[in-house]
Design a protein around this ligand. Structure first.
Ligand SMILES: Cc1cc2nc3c(=O)[nH]c(=O)nc-3n(C[C@H](O)[C@H](O)[C@H](O)COP(=O)(O)OP(=O)(O)OC[C@H]3O[C@@H](n4cnc5c(N)ncnc54)[C@H](O)[C@@H]3O)c2cc1C
Length: 436
């Protein structure tokens, strides 16, 4: 291990500045072997590695760039323990029993994540003050109410807020009502990613940064061979945990997800007076717009706000940042004139059924991805599940169905058209406002 510190390839996010450092992990050099090789050092891969290392399995995690380079180090860090569809719709999509497992795993995903943080002593500014999910139109309020009824009937504790409570709890104008999810909260996402990495390393896992896996082949003698620019790794089993950063490594996998861009911006630390007017209860916030506005404070009172964008990096992303700033100022007039210090973005992985996917397309190869922008809590569920699966968890106990990787229809055209979508989504959101 070198004495250098991770952080060479990360975008200029707030998280890269405020996260505890992690020693740089050496690239794979030459030949090596392990029981399980994991591709992708984000929440999913590292939580899986931690579970396996705890069980005494020899595990190596390989990342093309560095720990947290993907969405995990760029995330809004909101811990949101609910899926985008009703419990009934989840059950209808999945085999009997698996749907119930996913519903229960989702309901407990926030608490389970905070338990992980305590158990492994991860220093990631965890805050458990809940989430305000607010409706920008009457139609969306009806949808939120249906979600509340459905998830509460399955054991959830979601509370409805009327328009006036929504405004006083959030400080935001123009919303017609909302939900309060008490078991939600937020974390510093890069700190959490590095915390998982540290916990896995302490339990014997090996991590290789700057190690893109460029070929993945079945070994004639059984097991797998992973080729990287400067080494070869033989492993009995392989996990792919690359989510929105999935490349062409496994044929067809990239076409199973739609790589939307999410962008983030952080203000300078707000004054106490400003903080009393914007998210005064320290909750997280997300609205129901197609282009979504979501936000939370960091530990120093900086407001971190995000929305859907066209490109992850400035300057291409500047149009979306302008939309984000004006939308945020409309919702929170107290923010007019506030300094915005940092801007960054990254890829999330949407799926056509709005559910995470677990694939086993070949013996000994397991893939988990597709969190639809709700991956902070759910990727930990996936990481634990992938580890448990490798250690022998039967199908009936899984919270995900094991499905073949199925390409999204017209994926290439869709992916090419994606950058045009956010301005149109924002326009449609403005029209909703005129209609209601
Ligand atoms: C700006 C932004 C804001 C978000 N906000 C929230 C939020 O508030 N709440 C929420 O729940 N979710 C949020 N998300 C989504 C959430 O962060 C992701 O779902 C989650 O981090 C996915 O984790 P992961 O480990 O599966 O993948 P990632 O963290 O994306 O990691 C994938 C890794 O795979 C590596 N990789 C890819 N190909 C290879 C290869 N061939 N060889 C080696 N390595 C490879 C990449 O370098 C990358 O590090 C947000 C995402 C973004 C981008």
């Amino acid at each position: 291990m070198t004495s250098a510190v991770s952080g060479k390839t990360l975008p200029p996010s707030l998280w890269a500045v405020t996260a505890p450092s992690l020693a740089a992990q050496p690239p794979l050099q030459g030949d090596a072997t392990c029981d399980v090789a994991i591709i992708g050092a984000g929440f999913t891969g590292l939580r899986c590695a931690l579970g396996l290392a705890e069980a005494g399995t020899s595990v190596r995690v390989l990342d093309a760039r560095e720990v947290g380079y993907g969405a995990s180090g760029r995330s809004g860090g909101q811990v949101n323990p609910i899926l985008r569809k009703t419990v009934e719709a989840v059950r209808a999509e999945l085999p009997p029993g698996i749907g119930d497992n996913l519903v229960q795993a989702t309901l407990s995903s926030g608490t389970a994540l905070f338990d992980d943080i305590r158990r492994y002593g991860i220093d990631c500014d965890a805050v458990e003050k809940g989430w305000l999910q607010v409706a920008h139109s009457g139609r969306m309020l009806t949808k939120l109410q249906a979600l509340r009824d459905s998830w509460n009937a399955a054991g959830g504790t979601i509370r409805e807020l009327d328009a006036s409570a929504t405004e006083s709890w959030s400080g935001a104008r123009g919303y017609v009502g909302g939900l309060f999810h008490a078991t939600a909260g937020h974390v510093q996402p890069l700190s959490l990613t590095r915390g998982y990495a540290k916990a896995a390393l302490e339990r014997g896992a090996v991590i290789h940064e700057a190690t893109p896996v460029v070929a993945l082949d079945r070994d004639p003698g059984g097991g797998w061979r992973l080729t990287t620019p400067s080494g070869r790794l033989s492993a009995d089993r392989v996990v792919i945990a690359t989510n929105g950063y999935t490349d062409a490594l496994w044929p067809g996998l990239k076409a199973t997800i739609i790589p939307f861009v999410s962008i983030q911006a952080a203000t300078a630390p707000l004054t106490d007076e400003q903080q009393a007017q914007v998210l005064p209860r320290g909750t997280t916030f997300a609205d129901t717009r197609r282009s979504i506005i979501y936000g939370r404070y960091d530990r120093d009172g900086r407001l971190c706000i995000g929305c859907i964008g066209s490109y992850p990096d400035a300057p291409a992303a500047l149009g979306a940042f302008r939309r984000l700033k004006s939308g945020t100022e409309r919702a929170f007039p107290a923010l007019h004139g506030v300094r915005w210090d940092r801007k960054w973005g990254g890829y999330i992985a949407m799926t056509t059924d709005a559910l995470p996917h677990l694939h086993e397309p070949a013996p000994g190869l397991t893939i988990g991805l597709g969190y639809n922008g709700r991956g902070v809590a759910m990727s930990a569920v996936m990481g634990r599940t992938l580890a448990a699966r490798i250690l022998g968890m039967p199908d009936r106990d899984l919270p995900f169905a094991v499905t073949p990787p199925t390409p999204v229809p017209f994926h290439r055209i869709l992916a090419a058209a994606l950058p045009a979508a956010p301005p149109l989504m924002a326009l449609a959101d403005r029209l909703d406002g005129l209609r209601s």
